[in-house]
Design a protein around this ligand. Structure first.
Ligand SMILES: Cc1cc2nc3c(=O)[nH]c(=O)nc-3n(C[C@H](O)[C@H](O)[C@H](O)COP(=O)(O)O)c2cc1C
Length: 191
């Protein structure tokens, strides 16, 4: 698939078939993440490929669950996707490396450039998955500390995000995007 087509047609997929993913395809997708750019090529990211249903269930349980004003509970819509998809990829990052020199942040963004680097790698992964006919959904609303405990992520690393990976059960509908004039300015910011 041509890159521009992949960028435009990738959608968050929240329903998967149970069909397994072969090792070669999985490796290609992880390889796309590996070639993402990163701060001074620090490559702070780490990826945990979770196949085990029991671990997936425990991780799914860390996704947000909030009480709405009417008293009902709203569950993160990605929760069931983790159980449906054959694979869950959890992206972690080593702290105090990206955006840092000798462990000290060098910019006004502090030590948070690891979020940026990991996002770039995950976007590569999502696009590669889509080009190979697989679906992803980036998940951010979960308890990262609990996921770290479940998956044995050591001190000095943070769980950043995760995505289920599987064959989509349907095509995603394109959601609204702002028009270019709303987000692109010439020369100076336009409020
Ligand atoms: C940082 C980030 C966090 C997200 N967290 C969640 C999440 O917790 N649950 C979920 O269902 N979707 C999540 N999404 C998916 C977005 O809802 C989705 O990307 C957005 O609605 C645009 O749809 P599209 O991906 O199909 O273009 C997240 C996306 C990003 C980039």
């Amino acid at each position: 698939m041509e890159v521009f087509e992949a960028i435009k047609t990738r959608r968050s997929i929240r329903q998967h078939k149970s069909e397994p993913i072969d090792e070669e395809t999985l490796e290609k997708i992880l390889e796309a993440a590996r070639w993402a750019p990163s701060w001074a090529n620090t490559q702070c990211w780490r990826f945990i490929v979770v196949h085990d249903s029991n671990l997936k269930a425990q991780v799914a349980d860390t996704l947000s669950r909030r009480k709405k004003p009417d008293g009902t509970i709203s569950v993160n819509v990605a929760t069931k996707v983790i159980m449906e998809a054959p694979v869950l990829i959890v992206a972690c990052a080593e702290l105090n490396r990206s955006g840092c020199r000798n462990g000290t942040p060098t910019t006004d963004k502090g030590g948070y450039w690891y979020m940026f680097d990991t996002a770039l790698a995950i976007q590569n992964l999502c696009l590669a998955a889509h080009a190979l006919g697989l679906g992803t959904v980036i998940i951010g609303d979960f308890d990262a500390k609990r996921v770290a405990e479940i998956l044995g992520v050591p001190e000095g690393f943070s769980v950043v995000t995760m995505t289920p990976l599987g064959f989509p059960a349907h095509e995603g509908k394109p959601p609204h995007r702002k028009e270019l004039p709303e987000i692109v300015f010439n020369n100076r910011f336009r409020a």
